[in-house]
Design a protein. Structure first.
Length: 109
């Protein structure tokens, strides 16, 4: 898997060895944006053009380009883990949400 970046969007690229083509989709939006190319340069160009076309399309419609991230995350876990996390947050003198965000930030850098 390879990721491309352009204007704050990420493209996930895979190679289909049967079709002998790169194909990809944009990960950072609920709208479906796909693209493909025969070479590395083709896929990079197709990605940038797809993002630019999407942004132009949104602008022409007066629509905000959407993203798939609201900043809210619902996570299901077993009750024992939930209880442990709660206690970790209390012991660190943080509220539950702040402790989780801080812990995730530490582990995602």
């Amino acid at each position: 898997m390879h990721l491309l970046k352009h204007n704050g969007y990420t493209g996930h690229v895979e190679f289909d060895d049967e079709a002998d083509i790169f194909h990809s989709e944009v990960l950072d939006t609920r709208d479906v944006i796909t693209f493909q190319g025969k070479t590395v340069e083709n896929i990079k160009t197709a990605f940038r053009e797809s993002i630019d076309d999407y942004l132009d399309f949104c602008a022409s419609r007066g629509k905000n380009p959407n993203t798939s991230f609201s900043g809210k995350l619902m996570v299901k876990m077993n009750p024992e883990l939930h209880h442990k996390i709660y206690h970790k947050a209390i012991k660190s003198a943080k509220n539950f949400n702040d402790w989780i965000v801080e812990t995730l930030e530490k582990n995602c850098n």
